[in-house]
Design a protein around this ligand. Structure first.
Ligand code: ADP
Ligand code: MG
Length: 219
């Protein structure tokens, strides 16, 4: 579902990322660990088409991302990828429910119907936010905001779920619960799950754990 080959990318500041090979199959749950600043977020941005590689290839569900136009990449991202951002990236003026439904505002080709609204509410209820669907991000705790961000990534039933420290701001019980939901959703839809995490106690639950240092040296 996700295939990365000979990927090279750099920022103007000098940081360079070099990933020779990374594959995640449909239904597979892969964790990535590695020190802060090693390029984990950059890799997820490249996999999702938010950033474009300087060299090499990223293929999602058989479609190579690099050659697509900005518009086509946005459409692919909205339709096929659920992304839990490290900083949540919630929209301040939308309610929790509005934020979960956000992909349907921006994703050309995604249709917001009653089933989708029901699914959004069910996800929020599953995350313990059933009573807070009308609240705006400023009226939610850090952990609650993070759960809204996770629900937003799941609502489109994406084929690929990318999570950047998705459980970082949750207490232990909520960490486990959030991972349960991510895994249940991935199992139901056969999604590939790629999670950057610092939560070492969660690692045994993944099919595979990749140390970022090894990934970059694998050439
Ligand atoms: P991680 O997620 O593993 O902590 P990042 O991918 O966020 O690492 O960052 C990797 C490196 O790239 C860091 O040195 C960071 O300072 C640098 N970096 C991240 N984003 C940018 C950017 N937009 N412009 C320039 N440098 C960046
Ligand atoms: Mg990061």
């Amino acid at each position: 579902m996700i295939s990365v080959r000979d990927l090279r990318f750099g920022y103007a500041g000098g940081f360079a990322l070099d990933v020779p090979e990374l594959d995640v199959a449909a239904g597979e749950r892969v964790a990535i660990v590695g020190p802060s600043g090693s390029g984990k977020t950059t890799l997820l941005n490249l996999v999702s088409g938010i950033a474009v590689p300087r060299e090499g290839r990223v293929t999602l569900d058989g479609q190579e991302v690099g050659p697509l136009s900005d518009r086509a990449r946005r459409a692919l991202r909205a339709a096929s990828i659920g992304f839990v951002f490290q900083e949540f990236a919630l929209v301040d003026y939308l309610t929790a429910e509005g934020n979960v439904l956000y992909p349907y505002r921006v994703g050309a080709g995604l249709r917001l119907d009653r089933d989708v609204r029901d699914r959004a509410r069910a996800l929020l209820a599953d995350f313990g936010l059933g009573e807070k669907t009308r609240r705006r991000p400023a009226e939610l705790s850090q952990g609650e905001r993070q759960r809204v961000a996770i629900a937003r990534a799941l609502v489109t039933r994406p084929k690929v779920i990318l999570a950047d420290e998705a459980t970082g701001n949750l207490d232990p019980a909520n960490k486990a619960a959030a991972l349960d939901l991510l895994f249940a959703q991935a199992a139901e839809t056969g999604a590939a799950l790629l999670c950057v995490t610092h939560d070492h106690e969660l690692l045994p639950r993944f099919d595979r754990v990749i140390d970022f240092a090894d990934l970059r040296m694998a050439a």
